[in-house]
Design a protein. Structure first.
Lengths: 192, 174
């Protein structure tokens, strides 16, 4: 092949590469996540649909970028006593999940917590391993956690955080084997 | 035979008869079934018209194909696993088994996850599918009783209210 024909072929390949549309997340997913990043503080109401019991909790949600194109979500729930957080019986729980884009697909998958002593193993949903993923759409960010219980029933938890002018609206559902057992609804404002 | 031996035998026989009367859902579901949807909200899964169930196999390995007029709703092959009364995808064979790929199916990798469980006289079949992260989680309950089988189908999808319908299907000729 002559030098000129090699250059022409390279030019065609370059043009083809430039003309090929890239998936939105592969191009640069961080800008799409940008509006969700931040710290939010607010309050939510937990409702147990079996017992009809309700409780109030303070919520503290932090969404940060992870590894260029992923994100980390950390949330602190403080379950209040008589609407207050300075009374005996108050409970505080911290949770954190990290997600990265799924290869070639427009959603995020959980990044397992690093454990240098553990061998990396295949996820076994039927062995009780949780399956977690997140979806971002125009409304906000939705995180799903799915697990098959020992007796074959399933549990699906969904956290939807939708953007508002001042922060986020939170809606959570816990469904076990088709039955909605618990909801959480609340609002949080973006911390300046 | 003494009186106590006869009494014990009678109890054993009564137990066996009672056991036989309780339908084992896998064996009792075998066959082809069809019928109209009895209770379905407008626009729900399955569409209007008749639905059909095909069930084949044994207590250790069986196939289910449940379809509405719009096409297949839930289908899969299941085999008994480590947990009692829980059935998962059949174990990999040949090269896939050699490569260490067992029966683990991860829906995050693009393959739907189907499993089933037996709960007394009811068999429940599940399927989780992710299309671009928008999940579809199906639950199909089968309760055979003689020449009829009761079905309850529920579909949960991302950002949509759950949809469900129930039907009583009749055994149809092969």
């Amino acid at each position: 092949m002559s030098r000129s024909s090699t250059l022409a072929a390279a030019g065609v390949l370059l043009l083809a590469a430039l003309a090929t549309p890239l998936p939105a997340f592969a191009a640069d997913p961080t800008p799409a996540l940008q509006p969700m990043l931040g710290v939010y503080l607010g309050r939510a109401t937990v409702q147990d649909l079996d017992t009809r019991a309700t409780e109030e909790r303070d919520i503290d949600v932090e969404v940060t970028a992870f590894d260029r194109d992923g994100f980390r979500i950390r949330w602190v729930n403080v379950t209040l006593v008589d609407g207050r957080r300075n009374l005996p019986g108050v409970k505080r729980r911290v949770s954190e999940l990290t997600f990265k884009p799924a290869k070639g697909r427009n959603f995020f998958v959980e990044v397992p917590q690093a454990n240098v002593f553990a061998e990396r193993e295949e996820v076994q949903p039927l062995g009780g391993d949780p399956v977690r993923w997140a979806v971002q759409d125009a409304a906000g960010l939705h995180v799903h956690s799915f697990v098959i219980l020992g007796d074959g029933r399933y549990e699906l938890q969904t956290y939807s955080r939708k953007r508002t002018d001042s922060g986020i609206v939170l809606h959570y559902e816990r469904v076990v084997d088709g039955k909605l057992l618990r909801t959480i609804d609340g609002q949080a404002v973006r911390v300046e | 035979m003494t009186l106590s031996t006869r009494t014990a035998t009678a109890f054993v026989l009564a137990g066996l008869i009672a056991g036989a009367a309780a339908a084992e859902p896998i064996a009792a579901s075998r066959g082809r079934w069809s019928g109209p949807i009895a209770d379905r909200p407008a626009g729900g899964p399955g569409g209007a018209g008749r639905i059909e169930l095909r069930f084949d196999g044994t207590a250790d390995r069986f196939t289910v194909d449940f379809a509405g007029p719009g096409g297949s709703l839930v289908a899969g092959e299941f085999s008994a696993g480590k947990q009692k009364d829980v059935f998962g995808p059949p174990a990999a064979k040949g090269l896939m088994s050699f490569l260490g790929r067992g029966s683990a199916v991860n829906p995050l990798e693009g393959k739907p996850l189907a499993w089933a469980r037996r709960d007394g006289e009811t068999l429940i079949v599940y399927r989780l599918d992710l299309h671009g992260g928008a999940h579809r989680l199906d639950r199909l309950e089968l309760k055979p009783s003689g020449e009829r089988i009761g079905v309850v189908f529920e579909r949960r999808e991302h950002d949509r209210a759950p949809e469900r319908f129930a039907a009583s299907l009749e055994r149809s000729a092969r």
